[in-house]
Design a protein around this ligand. Sequence first.
Ligand code: ATP
Ligand code: MG
Length: 564
Amino acid sequence: MRWTQALLNTLRDAPQDAEIISHKLMIRAGMLRKLGGGLYTYMPLGIRALRKVEAIVREEMERAGAQETLFPILQPAELWKQSGRWETMGPGMFRLKDRKDAWYVLAPTAEEAFTALAKNEISSYRQLPCIIYQMQDKFRDEIRPRFGLIRGKEFLMKDAYSFDADEAGADVSYKKMYDAYVRIFKRVGLNVTPVEADTGDIGGNFSHEFMVFAASGEDGILSCDACGYAANQERAERIASPLPYTEIAGVAEEVATPDQHACEEVAKFSGTPVNQIVKSLVMLADKKPVMVLVPGDRELNPLKLRRLLNGAKIEEADEATVLQVAGPCGSIGPVGVTLSVYADLALKGVADVVVGANKEGYHLQHVALDRDATVIAYEDLVTVTEGDICPKCGKPLVIRRGTEVGQCFKLGTKYSEAFNATYLDETGAPRILTMGCYGIGVSRTLQAIVEQSNDENGIIWPAAVAPYQVALLILDPDNPEVVQKAEQLAEALESKGIDVFIDDRAERPGVKFKDADLIGFPVRVVAGAKGFAKGGFEVRRRTEKESTIVAPEVAAETVQSLLA
Ligand code: ATP
Ligand code: MG
């Protein structure tokens, strides 16, 4: 391709709304243009890079035995009603009507459609295992679309679904997809960390998220540098360090704490360490109020409570409910309540803590939890933070920000049951299919590569996904000898399967150098009269400062070896 024939404009400045480096660079390098909030057009260079990521994903899916399909994006509401997600998806799902007033969905994911297909197409154990996938746009009405391709309203996802005879089979499929993901991210040049993730209400199953560490990441990931444990903050566990307040200091007695509500306020007012104050929360578990206790400096992780209560839907109770079942908000505690009380493990054995007195303006001090209240269970219930103890090896955990580029999920029979997707086993008896689902944000992955691989001059594309692998800059486009040599090299490279972008513009060399660095071609070759006087092309990798002179006869081989 020649620049003079390409639809390509580089920009000196990034648009105002581009907050992170990859978004800025994708726009400045002429790869992306904005159509609307969360909606981006791929320019010719951008789509080439995306197609290369797609090709790698496809190759690895096929290698793992998955077969490609393509489902409609526009899906009838009935499908989503059958799984119950027409209700539970909420406003994040785009819904629309046709001219006959029938409701449709712009699919945000495709478990329903794939399961409905499997129900009809898979009838015998002989067809199992079966893994099918598609490469298809998804739509989500994100609360905060931002960062270009990282969080769009429309984005490209590869989604795969596995169907197996049983749990053991599903484990094998899961492993195949997990391994394929590791290979995919390695091949596209992206450093990812698989982390344990929450599985929501699908108890007993598990999930991994493939995370890219980035300061702009919206997920917190707790990891242990000693043993490699890594988990999403939603999911992370800890070894709870017991609190020191285990000596009985007397009977529980009321103390006046006028206008002091938050644990920090009570701590300050009473000169007590904040973790000696117990934070009491009334939560609704499937609409039924329960009380949860955590140390005053910690936050409840509702997902852990949900797991403890067998997948019950957890919500915060409103003020009126709290008043009815305990006391005025900010002054509640477990002493004397008739609610079921659950407490964080760190509180086990505490005998001298402060709790709300269920009376406005009062707390109770010297409370021994097991003496003065009835705690049903002590469990790890808080959100893990930096410095907490690794559940695997006992060393402190660190927290990093990250963005999810892919996820593997063992679904069990949640969808196959909803759709009654069964097969006949060896004895001819009907059995329910066991499923897994596996998503990669292909467009997000593309931009994540840029977020990870850039410098002050622009993008540094890994050769495997660069829009073109080589930039060939013709510094003297009016000099026929220079042009001829450049064209010969371009031909030689292309015959080796290497794609070349020729900058044949009548621009100053400095402009061409800057643009080549900004766009981030892995190898830059300069063809100019000056260089030829010194012996040939000037060749350098994007990551190197200095060029070397390479004789025209060996230039193609040299470039090829630089790309390898
Ligand atoms: P996130 O937590 O980042 O919102 P998710 O867990 O909701 O992602 P999944 O439903 O697991 O996403 O979708 C599979 C993949 O699709 C994700 O791993 C991610 O790479 C990608 N993805 C999800 N939402 C978006 C989006 N709005 N824009 C671009 N890619 C997305
Ligand atoms: Mg996910």
